[in-house]
Design a protein around this ligand. Structure first.
Ligand code: PGA
Length: 252
């Protein structure tokens, strides 16, 4: 039985009062049996949300080095010390706006694991690659250059989020056919790189304009184990639908 996860990526949104109010709503949500909720707030709110309790809190990024002269950065060890339990690595906005390449993403994944943080490794192709038809090769390359370098014992502590860049924040969602094709391919690469058991038990999340009207169909795809949610995680009523038993009851 694979883990099922609904993770909210708040990105650089909300003031402290707004973060507290949204989180209070999340703490009281009716969550489908067996589904884990996770929240990735701006890092300045991690401490207060960890103290508020009840939901796993992660960071949206973390630096490779533990301490030192890296103005503006926050390290994985510092995030762990204030109670974060997970961290996003390689989100396409980090790759695009902050020039994170596959090597950086690999080092961040390793740093997260070294400090006991669960990395959610984000991958996904831009629109021109989707249109050129080479999206499977593109995502395979992203995984080979970083995540698949991990030994099995470390790899199984990670989670993949497939987030096609053309679907992030655009209102364009991958169809269930498109999502399932990629998720199935990712699982087959895990099988080839590691083994059957790792592939069978590994959670792969979908991200990109996932919302109350498309979530049930996406989460019902055989190889989709939940979602990494941006925009819809900022609206309590939308996020509640994604977590709700009714959205997941098509699962067997
Ligand atoms: P979106 O963002 O749901 O707003 O498309 C997803 C993400 O970037 O993780």
């Amino acid at each position: 039985m694979r883990r099922k996860i609904v993770a909210g990526n708040w990105k650089m949104n909300l003031d402290p009062a707004g973060a507290d109010a949204l989180f209070a709503g999340i703490q009281n949500m009716d969550v489908a049996d067996g589904v884990e909720l996770m929240v990735f707030p701006p890092s300045i709110y991690i401490d207060r949300l960890v103290k508020a309790g009840g939901v796993k809190i992660g960071a949206q990024d973390g630096y490779i080095a533990d301490y030192g002269a890296f103005t503006g950065e926050v390290s994985m060890s510092q995030l762990k010390a204030i109670g974060a339990s997970a961290v996003l690595v390689g989100h396409s906005e980090r790759r695009e706006y902050f020039n994170e390449d596959n090597d950086t993403v690999r080092l961040k994944t390793e740093a997260a694991l070294n400090h006991g943080l669960e990395p959610i490794f984000c991958c996904g192709e831009p629109l021109e690659i989707r249109e050129a038809g080479t999206y499977l090769q593109y995502v395979h390359h992203q995984l080979e250059c970083s995540l698949f370098r991990l030994p099995l014992g470390e790899f199984v502590k990670t989670i993949i989020a497939y987030e096609p860049i053309w679907a992030i924040g655009t209102g364009l969602t991958a169809t269930t056919t498109q999502a399932e094709e990629m998720h199935k391919a990712i699982r087959s690469w895990i099988r080839e790189t590691y083994n059957d058991l790792a592939a069978a038990e590994y959670p792969i999340l979908y991200g990109g304009s996932c919302n109350p009207s498309n979530a049930a169909a996406l989460f019902a795809c055989p190889n989709v184990d939940g979602g990494l949610i941006g925009g819809a995680s900022l609206k309590e009523s939308d996020f509640a639908v994604l977590a709700a038993p009714a959205t997941w009851n098509t699962l067997n």
